[in-house]
Design a protein around this ligand. Structure first.
Ligand SMILES: Nc1nc2c(ncn2[C@@H]2O[C@H](COP(=O)(O)OP(=O)(O)OP(=O)(O)O)[C@@H](O)[C@H]2O)c(=O)[nH]1
Ligand SMILES: [Mg+2]
Length: 382
């Protein structure tokens, strides 16, 4: 624009009667803005809005675990977790393998199949927690079919595989669901590993993109609810809890209702585990199953019995008692990593015929394995 035009405009503006008022009104805010600008830069303050510091977000109120950096950079994608190689089943089943296969192998080391070695084999099988019936059956097969010492191990392997195959699920179906919500009841005596197994199971369903709700049906022990809540937090799922000492059936009912209302895919209900010989517990569990049946058609879709492999033959008698109060749909045998009594799984398969869904071979989430007869026998026999 021509400067002469600008100077003419300025002259007209200044000659206007309201020019002084306009200048007086504009100057203070302009000065304040300039001063503010200078102060911010001279103090080295960041360009973040002041409200960020005075009003912390919810995330900042909850203390983060120490390993999580407080000033995370939002725009950078998180580093992928290094894949944890799950421990080999063979390593975890080492003690059972030694007690069963190891002893059979050393028994026949350089010896032939005769009355003496057969008697010793009987003792080994009886001590391997297979159960009397199963041990007898295996011995009978060796007598009838083995012919020579060198064939015994392969024959035992084949016979055990056959028994275990009758209780395995089709590969890839272990976490299948039937309905929304798919309701799972978890039973078992004190310390069998119910709550831990529920935590692992929940984490596996969540990893498949499913919404999971847990029910703290063990209302008899205060710590039981806390333990389940810890697993719930870890797996990223809600926990429905009741009053301490309250009615476990009411918690089971609330859990199924909440799962249905929230559109959850899976509801897993924990239960108390007093000794199976105490009648009231069994009555309580019977009632709980009836209540869950009334909540939703088809529920419970699964009733899983958790058994501690360390209890050996006792696991078999526990299973028989639980089967009387609830129609068991699956077994989970835990703590196979720390016991020589894992042979009980063959006895369970033989005498109970209830599918073995999972086996627990450690305390981490990835230690809850889908049961496969072939993998199991391979791990035992090497
Ligand atoms: N080594 C090993 N430990 C396990 C396994 N499963 C569970 N445990 C441990 O066994 C202990 C008992 O497990 P819980 O899950 O509390 O057992 P529970 O059946 O809920 O016990 P109650 O609530 O008392 O009835 C815990 O220390 C678990 O970490 C497993 O597969 N291997
Ligand atoms: Mg528990």
């Amino acid at each position: 624009m021509d400067t002469s035009i600008l100077s003419q405009l300025a002259t007209h503006f200044l000659a206007h009667p309201l020019a002084g008022v306009a200048i007086l009104a504009l100057v203070p805010p302009l000065l304040a803005a300039a001063l503010g600008f200078l102060l911010r830069f001279s103090s080295g303050a960041s360009a973040e809005p002041a409200e960020r510091e005075s009003a912390p977000t919810e995330r900042e109120v909850v203390p983060e675990p120490e390993t999580v950096p407080i000033a995370a950079e939002p725009e950078r994608a998180p580093e992928p977790e290094p894949a944890v190689e799950p421990a080999r089943l063979r390593d975890r089943l080492r003690r059972t393998s030694d007690a069963l296969v190891g002893r059979v192998a050393s028994l026949f080391n350089g010896r032939s199949l005769d009355a003496d070695t057969l008697e010793e084999l009987e003792a080994v099988l009886m001590a391997a927690d297979l159960g009397v019936r199963t041990a007898d059956d295996l011995l009978e097969r060796v007598r009838r079919d083995a012919g020579e010492a060198a064939a015994v191990e392969a024959l035992l392997r084949e016979a055990m595989l056959e028994k275990l195959r009758s209780v395995e699920l089709a590969p890839g179906t272990h976490l299948d669901t039937e309905a929304v919500p798919h309701v799972i009841l978890v039973l078992g005596v004190n310390g069998a590993g119910k709550t831990t197994t529920i935590g692992k199971l929940a984490a596996r369903h969540v990893a498949l993109g499913r919404q999971v709700i847990l029910g703290a049906g063990d209302t008899f022990r205060a710590a039981a609810t806390e333990q389940l809540e810890t697993w719930g937090e870890r797996a990223g799922c809600d926990v429905i809890a009741g009053r301490a000492g309250g009615d476990p059936s009411a918690v089971a009912f609330d859990t199924v209702q909440a799962a249905a209302a929230r559109g959850a895919d899976v509801a897993i209900i924990d239960t108390a585990g007093r000794l199976q010989t105490k009648k009231p517990l069994m009555e309580e569990l019977g009632k709980l199953v009836r209540v869950v049946k009334k909540c939703q058609e088809g529920a419970p879709h699964e009733i899983l019995l958790v058994l501690d492999a360390n209890t050996g033959q006792n696991a078999l008698s526990q299973a028989k008692l639980f089967a009387e109060v609830a129609p068991l749909t699956g077994l989970i045998l835990t703590k196979l990593d720390g016991t020589a009594k894992g042979g009980v799984i063959v006895g369970l398969a033989d005498e109970l015929g209830v599918p073995v869904k999972h086996v627990g071979v450690g305390e981490a989430v990835e230690d809850l394995r889908d049961f496969s007869a072939e993998e199991f026998v391979d791990a035992l026999f090497g």
